[in-house]
Design a binder for this molecule. Structure first.
Ligand code: ATP
Length: 577
């Protein structure tokens, strides 16, 4: 059962179970709250251009497509075939499977419909439907079936653009909103190219992701699409996630590096294997940087450069994807790519328009906890929820606070082991866990489909971080809500956030519009990361009570350990018997 779907119908935490004390209410006369857009109006506003997943159309086409694809899939005609078609034809909207794009005029109309801004030399036509791939490219029947079986019946705008460009062997720099299907936009053509190159044995594609969680998610998605695809009778299309154990096996030649067609990895692990010369890169044709702006920011740029330096195949095709591409990354892209095509869907630097964004002024740190409790009391705290904080210490502190309130929460940060992180993510996905507290480790790429609410407990440091954090809701065409709590300390840091809200089409009140303008000095302060002062510790409980609480917790833990030891002793005795 899709528990997320059930939860997202609008469950609210039972106040009594949550243990909210009645005294902890917030005085809203002192809380300056800007409700940007009511959900009713937002729903109304979900025009065709934003309906990336064609939710308004009821798609009962799976069987039709299956039937059609078996008739058409071996028809290897290319774009050239349609070259002479009258350029004045209108977009021919096929009610069943979306429009077929055969002329420049049709392409212009389609691009207008989803606010696509495509620049570069000799730009290929977009596709209007997955069926376009059959008529224009020798698209693999098994790949198409896998798409359909996974309910991907129509391409999203970034897929309409990204797939044909890659199939035409072009380097691309792509920027499209969070949750709008960028993963499939690079996976579909990459798998098709691996199939086209089936005579070659060994590694043909690399996908780089900044976090293990995201790499794992891309791996799972690619496995679904490559299921039952054989490159020859005995050789399935092989994809690997470069885990610690696989990298050891490759380094010790326990597994041959010829085994895999595609490897998905985080940068450091890949560099380690590459440097040990355990990977034959001579047949590598494609390299994809997902969350490219992160992979080329100051934390990762050296690693990404090192990877590119170690890939020395001629004509290596490069792609960069993200929901935010600052101009510094565009410069890098232009310096390392060959005649790249730049794809921008919607507004660059804007948040996904399916997300209702809201700012809540809390005065000071205590006010934030009070605001959370207030959300619970008012039934706005509708799970599944993700709460972002700026540091591990603060994430842990909030976790203990909410645990004390008997909320169903857990916390993920860099100090948790990979197994702990995996388990928590599973519990969150299954609906067992209602609220996930985390640092920015989960801010990018992670696809929890039904998240209702994202809370920025701490204001993110950059506009990009804000766009990615709140992008964990409002995915796959669903609507979502994001609340950012701020205090007096955030007077500078909040300005870029207000700008993103304006870019995303949210109504921003006049006074907010005024304060959103950053002075030169403030811009410099933000650049240097000096937008904020040290925050006070998270707690509304007096120190004496906190110590009492910690002592009680220690006693419980101690008693659990003793019980575990006793039980273990008994087992050992009975095993000896
Ligand atoms: N053509 C499609 N039809 C229906 N659903 C789709 C389609 N393409 C992708 N999706 C779904 O949309 C969701 C979001 O996709 P994805 O994770 O690729 O987003 P993204 O653009 O990479 O977001 P982010 O910027 O946060 O990484 C996923 O659940 C995915 O399965």
């Amino acid at each position: 059962m899709d528990i997320f779907r059930v939860l997202t119908r609008g469950a609210a935490i039972n106040k009594n179970v949550a243990g909210v004390s009645k005294g902890n209410s917030v005085d809203y006369s002192k809380v300056d709250e800007t409700k940007i857009e009511s959900s009713e109006r937002q729903e109304h506003r979900m025009t065709k251009e934003l309906d990336f997943f064609r939710n308004k159309k009821i798609i009962h086409k799976v069987n039709d497509l299956k039937k059609k694809d078996s008739d058409n899939v071996n028809d290897n005609s290319d774009d050239e075939k349609n070259k002479d078609k009258n350029e004045d034809d209108d977009v021919t909207e096929d009610n069943d499977i979306g429009p077929k794009i055969t002329t420049k005029k049709e392409a212009v109309t389609l691009r207008k419909s989803y606010k696509g801004n495509i620049t570069g030399e000799d730009i290929p036509l977009p596709i209007g439907s997955f069926e376009d791939l059959i008529t224009r490219f020798s698209f693999d029947k098994r790949l198409l079936n896998n798409l359909i079986e996974n309910q991907f019946t129509e391409p999203t705008p970034i897929q309409c653009e990204g797939i044909p460009m890659t199939l035409k062997n072009r380097d691309i720099l792509a920027c499209a909103p969070t949750g709008s299907g960028k993963t499939l936009a690079f996976l579909i053509p990459l798998l098709q190219q691996i199939i086209n190159d089936k005579e070659t044995i060994g590694l043909k594609g690399l996908i780089i992701s900044p976090t293990k969680e995201l790499a794992n998610q891309i791996f799972i998605e690619s496995i679904k699409l490559a299921s039952r695809i054989y490159l020859d009778k005995k050789r399935p299309l092989q994809i690997a996630l470069l885990s610690k154990s696989l990298s050891m096996k490759l380094k010790n030649k326990i597994i041959s590096d010829k085994k895999y067609d595609l490897i998905i990895s985080t940068p450091l692990r890949l560099i380690d294997v590459m440097k040990s010369e355990s990977l034959d890169l001579s047949n590598l044709k494609n390299i994809i940087f997902d969350e490219a702006d992160k992979l080329f920011d100051k934390t990762f740029v050296e690693q990404s450069d090192a990877i590119l330096g170690l890939c020395n195949t001629k004509n290596l095709r490069k792609s960069m994807f993200s929901a935010t591409i600052p101009s510094s990354v565009e410069e890098i892209a232009n310096s390392i790519m060959l005649d790249p095509i730049r794809i921008i869907i919607g507004h660059k630097e804007a948040a996904n328009s399916n997300i209702e964004q809201k700012l809540v002024y809390c005065g000071n740190e205590e006010g934030k906890l009070i605001a959370i409790r207030q959300l619970v009391q008012e039934g706005e705290f509708k799970p599944p929820i993700i709460i972002f904080l700026e540091s591990i210490t603060r994430a842990k502190a909030l976790y203990h606070e909410l645990m004390y309130d008997k909320m169903n929460v857990d916390v993920i940060h860099a100090e948790r082991t990979p197994t702990q992180r995996e388990k928590i993510i599973e519990r969150f996905k299954s609906g067992e866990l209602w609220c996930l507290i985390c640092t920015d480790v989960l801010a990018r790429g992670i696809d929890f489909k039904g998240v209702n609410l994202v809370i920025n407990y701490d204001v993110p440091r950059t506009a990009q971080a804000y766009v990615h954090r709140i992008g964990r809701t409002g995915r796959g065409g669903r609507s979502g809500k994001a609340i950012t709590l701020y205090t007096k300390l955030d007077s500078i840091a909040i300005k870029p956030i207000i700008n993103v809200m304006k870019q995303s089409g949210c109504e921003v009140s006049e006074w907010m519009d005024k304060i959103s303008k950053l002075t030169k000095k403030e811009k410099q302060q933000l650049k240097r990361g000096k937008g904020k002062d040290e925050r006070k510790q998270i707690s509304t409980v007096p120190r004496v009570d906190r110590l009492k609480r910690a002592r009680k917790q220690e006693m419980i833990e101690g008693s659990k350990r003793r019980m575990y030891k006793e039980a273990h002793k008994e087992t050992e005795v009975s095993e000896q018997d």
